[in-house]
Design a protein around this ligand. Sequence first.
Ligand SMILES: C[S@@+](CC[C@H](N)C(=O)[O-])C[C@H]1O[C@@H](n2cnc3c(N)ncnc32)[C@H](O)[C@@H]1O
Length: 330
Amino acid sequence: MNGHSSPADDHTVPVSPAGTGVGRVWWCAQRSPVVQRRGRLGTESVAHPARMLPDLAAHAIAAYSRPGDLVLDPMCGIGTTLVEAVHARRRAIGVELEARWARVSTDNLALAESTPPDTATGTAEGSGAAGSGGRVLRGDARDVDHLLRRECPGAVGDVALVLTSPPYGAGVHGQVTGTTTGVSKHDHHYAPTRHSGNLAHTPGRLAENMTRILAGSARVLRPDGRIVVVARPWRRHGVLVDLPGQVTACAAAAGLVLVDRAVAVLARLDDPTDHRHPEHDGAAGARLVVRASFFARHNLLRARAAGDPVHLIAHEDVYVFAHPREAGLR
Ligand SMILES: C[S@@+](CC[C@H](N)C(=O)[O-])C[C@H]1O[C@@H](n2cnc3c(N)ncnc32)[C@H](O)[C@@H]1O
């Protein structure tokens, strides 16, 4: 399955004796991505090539933290994690390497913090005043613990939840604009220039870099805290890249233990008895409507035309890690 090996491949992932929640399914795309983001994220956010679904972030925050807790995203992009944390009355810190996304996430965080309590929807426990006092630090997540020690020392050891997602292949990213001669692609890069610290620009060192980020995150985590990593399997030149598998190996190398896992479905499950969808006669059963990017669909059609019987990737893997002592292993 994994077409690429990495130094972290040598590590066996320790699993909590209590086992993991294998088989959990998070339905994060029942509402369309546009609806999920409407009113919560500024217009420039749409230019980011790989944003997390707000309902996915909200679900992880509700499951693994409590109101008042501190949530950290060391690769925060446009700040989806921070925004959802604030709407759920958590405190939030983000780290982002690229100046543009650090600025956009700062704006998004400010928007969330200024949202009046009655429109801060969030989860049931989050409905109430939005959280405040969030911060976005522009910096390299590979030094996340040093960064926090320097910029927000009170956060060290106080982080209840780290929620993040590593960058992945540009082949499925981007917006599309129709022209008279076809379609043109834009907004498919994380940055205008390549930065050796950006994980998206150094795929050959992804395991090493991701291990550093997870190890640094573990050093600022509360003893009972959780690190949730959302990773999407994707294809490079038609070959499946097992990014989720790499993440679990990196976590093991960083001294973390897998305590839970889930599949976040990137598809809507239509209720066949819902008569607002007249194409469903009830007899056909439920129907999955995959929410895939234009380029994911385009690549699929090209691969199938070439005789490669591939399917759309319609999920992200969610891994939950903890300190070994908390997981009962030490
Ligand atoms: C998959 S995106 C995260 C998107 C985010 N979850 C959201 O919804 O906006 C990964 C982000 O990590 C950032 N990044 C890559 N390498 C980094 C590093 N070394 N330190 C901090 N941020 C980094 C990229 O610029 C990108 O914005």
